[in-house]
Design a binder for this molecule. Structure first.
Ligand code: G6P
Length: 300
């Protein structure tokens, strides 16, 4: 049973730190304020839409034209793509990026950790509704730790007695001063598939700069990536675990114009650098197994 705002506040609210409210329409959000940062997480999609370490501008980009309506994906923050990332493998009628981002998640725990960070866990379990898209049993948990860094972990468990396989992404939209100002470190000498021409390449440049529509899926990337943004005077570091694939996406001007939930110049102020399990890193879970994918985002 879905809990209402009063019930959520009663059960999980923490005076002065964690509250529940309807923001941007009728969708319920968790709002977090602690000594390190502020953050907003929507229960629809378990999607964090804002992470503001103290005295810095938002690390996450949100489209001002995003819709906040059940049945539609929220544009910005960190959508969770699961149990598939990208189009469905063999049925084009299925939703792009799976159903996790358009499902209501249940809050299972809220806690204040020893050093004052806020811990939130949310859960999405298989149901008749999810089985209409994907006929398997699963338990997905998304665990956030909001401190001076933001950590999120997608843990997927297989409670059934047959194997399951999935792909996923923590599809992070980073807020930039401007796309032409940034350089991304951490991807040099790695192989990638360019989704826009279907070919595979090696990135020879030390630093990636983005000057046109870009959709690259990098393999065997386990190192930290750093987005240097000199005009915002910050470096954003993305460390990860349990993921060997990273996707870099920016739609560029032309594709951006086609997207109704993004202003025409939206592409100028974000880049998606996504923590992915796909291509050579699909996850296969035997009965009883689980897998954790973690991204830790910090500002330097
Ligand atoms: O528009 P969405 O369904 O949210 O997808 C946005 C983008 O997500 C990923 O980065 C894919 O690689 C892109 O091909 C896609 O355009």
């Amino acid at each position: 049973m879905e809990m209402n705002i009063d019930e959520l506040n009663e059960k999980f609210g923490v005076e002065g730190e964690v509250g529940f409210m309807e923001l941007d329409g009728e969708l319920p959000f968790i709002t977090i304020t602690n000594k390190y940062a502020e953050a907003d997480i929507c229960l629809y999609g378990a999607q964090i839409t804002s992470f503001r370490p103290m005295r810095t501008t938002d690390v996450l980009w949100m489209s001002p034209y995003s819709v906040f309506e059940k049945g539609k994906a929220i544009r910005g923050g960190i959508p969770v793509c699961f149990p598939w990332f990208g189009p469905h493998a063999n049925d084009s009628a299925m939703p792009q990026h799976g159903f996790a981002r358009t499902s209501m998640w249940e809050v299972t725990e809220v806690d204040t950790l020893e050093k004052g960070e806020t811990y939130v866990s949310m859960q999405l379990k298989s149901s008749d509704e999810t089985k209409a898209y994907w006929p398997y049993d699963f338990i997905a948990e998304l665990i956030f730790v909001v401190g001076d860094s933001l950590s999120l972990t997608l843990k997927v468990s297989n409670p059934s007695d047959s194997a399951i396989s999935y792909t996923s992404a923590l599809h992070t939209y980073f807020n930039l001063s401007a796309i032409e100002n940034i350089k991304i470190a951490g991807l040099a000498n790695t192989h990638y598939e360019n989704q826009l021409d279907g070919n595979r390449y090696v990135q020879e440049e030390e630093l990636l700069e983005i000057s046109e529509a870009t959709t690259r899926h990098y393999f065997d990337t386990e190192a930290d990536c750093i987005i240097h943004d000199p005009y915002f005077k910050r470096d954003i570091r993305i460390a990860k675990d349990g993921s060997k694939c990273s996707t870099v996406w920016n739609p560029g001007a032309e594709a951006c114009e086609q997207m109704s939930d993004m202003p025409n110049d939206g592409y100028e102020t974000f880049v998606c650098l996504e923590t992915v399990n796909k291509i050579n890193d699909q996850i296969d879970l035997a009965p009883g197994e689980s897998h954790e994918t973690t991204a830790v985002i910090s500002v330097e």
